[in-house]
Design a protein around this ligand. Structure first.
Ligand SMILES: Cc1cc2nc3c(=O)[nH]c(=O)nc-3n(C[C@H](O)[C@H](O)[C@H](O)COP(=O)(O)OP(=O)(O)OC[C@H]3O[C@@H](n4cnc5c(N)ncnc54)[C@H](O)[C@@H]3O)c2cc1C
Length: 364
């Protein structure tokens, strides 16, 4: 067959193709416009429920082909564009919040033009406001000690361990003459379970100690401040140390959490970039140590180089505590060991073998 014979039938076929294609394009356009005829057209099943507009679409391949033939460029969905812009705004705002460095701010500003103008302006304003808030806040010092694990991101920085106390009624001059402590001396027995006592301003004896359990997940609750077993033990220990107190009433009992770092090492840190400082981890010896930590932080904030800023706890970073259940098991095992060592020494009147193991666990 010659080319001239084939030509008319080929032209006819391509005309038919073009017509069919144009029909399809028209139908697709009508569907995209949401015309009722088109949506109830032959391709929609009659029993199929009418879908909402955002679900009405052509098959992806068909749509792409038709859009290509119409010369329509593929455009990102508005929801995609919006969420991208929103994400960028959040990035800029967060950068603004955390930034006190020119480099980060410049980076954030470079990101801003990528967004739509209104969002970019909003992001820049919020960034400026955040920076202003940060500046007006001045310096932030985290000094929450035993409560630190409640703060997001600090859950394993400090373990709250409870110390509980009891206090006697005010003693008479005659009772004090028998007890001693005329110079208001503080006292302890330096055993494995920490105890501490002193004469109060209103002539009572305040006496405290550890022994309360560590609570799962570093939790702190008001009811943990009271533990009758520990209060009874404190009462017995004090009257054992000072038998002269026989018959004296105990009128007060209370307690609270103190903070212990994983390496038993207190720390004072300050970050000049974020202007945030931290002091804590005093392992229950914070009455005096907080004063020194406060003055050290003042030096650090004011950029003063002093003998205090040279102390080994400045800039010290303790490792984080283990996750639960290891934390619960480890701390309570340590408390139990201390109790057993205490009993062994009371029984044998010799240093407990468990003592060296405890020393290894709590030294740094
Ligand atoms: C019963 C008991 C007896 C003790 N006896 C002695 C002793 O004899 N000698 C000694 O040296 N030490 C003792 N200690 C330990 C001593 O109390 C602490 O080491 C010391 O108080 C730590 O001081 P601080 O200011 O760092 O923390 P804390 O005194 O614990 O103060 C932390 C503060 O942070 C606040 N806080 C918590 N969360 C937030 C938050 N999200 N936002 C704002 N504020 C928050 C808390 O309300 C609290 O006021 C004892 C502790 C207890 C519980």
């Amino acid at each position: 067959m010659s080319d001239t014979d084939r030509a008319p039938s080929s032209n006819t076929a391509s005309d038919e193709d073009r017509e069919a294609r144009d029909d399809k394009i028209e139908l697709a356009k009508a569907r995209l416009d949401g015309s009722p005829e088109a949506t109830t057209g032959s391709t929609d099943r009659p029993d199929e429920p009418r879908r909402p507009w955002w679900q009405r679409h052509l098959e992806p391949g068909e749509r792409q082909r038709i859009m290509g033939e119409l010369g329509i460029k593929r455009q990102a969905h508005w929801a995609f564009r919006f969420s991208t812009m929103l994400a960028l705004s959040v990035v800029v705002a967060v950068m603004g919040l955390s930034a006190d460095s020119a480099a980060v701010v410049i980076g954030a500003m470079l990101l801003a033009p990528l967004m739509q103008p209104v969002l970019a302006v909003a992001a820049c304003i919020s960034m400026a406001l955040f920076r202003l808030a940060l500046r007006s806040a001045g310096h932030v010092v985290l000094a929450t000690e035993g409560w630190t694990p409640r703060l997001a991101g600090h859950e394993r920085a400090i373990a709250p361990v409870y110390s509980l106390m009891v206090a006697t009624e005010p003693l008479t001059e005659e009772q004090w003459a028998r007890v001693g402590l005329a110079e208001r001396e503080v006292f302890s027995d330096h055993g494995h379970v920490v105890i501490y006592g002193q004469r109060t301003h209103d002539d009572r004896i305040a006496f405290g100690g550890r022994g309360a359990p560590y609570h799962w997940g570093s939790s702190i609750r008001p009811e943990f401040d009271h533990d009758e077993r520990v209060f009874t033990a404190l009462h017995d220990t004090l009257t054992g140390l000072l038998p002269q107190l026989g018959g004296v009433r105990f009128t007060h009992a209370w307690g609270g959490p103190l903070g212990i770092a994983r390496d038993w090492h207190p720390a004072v840190t300050y970050d000049r970039t974020t202007r945030t400082g931290r002091a804590g981890g005093y392992v229950g010896d914070g009455v005096a140590a907080t004063n020194l930590a406060g003055r050290t932080l003042a030096d650090l904030v004011l950029d003063r180089h002093t003998a205090r800023t040279e102390l080994p706890w400045v800039g010290h970073r303790s490792p984080r505590w283990e996750r639960e259940p290891l934390r619960w098991l480890g701390i309570n095992a340590g408390l139990r060991l201390a109790d057993l060592a205490e009993r062994e020494e009371a029984r044998t009147a010799r240093p407990a073998r468990l003592g060296s193991l405890l020393d290894r666990l709590t030294s740094h």
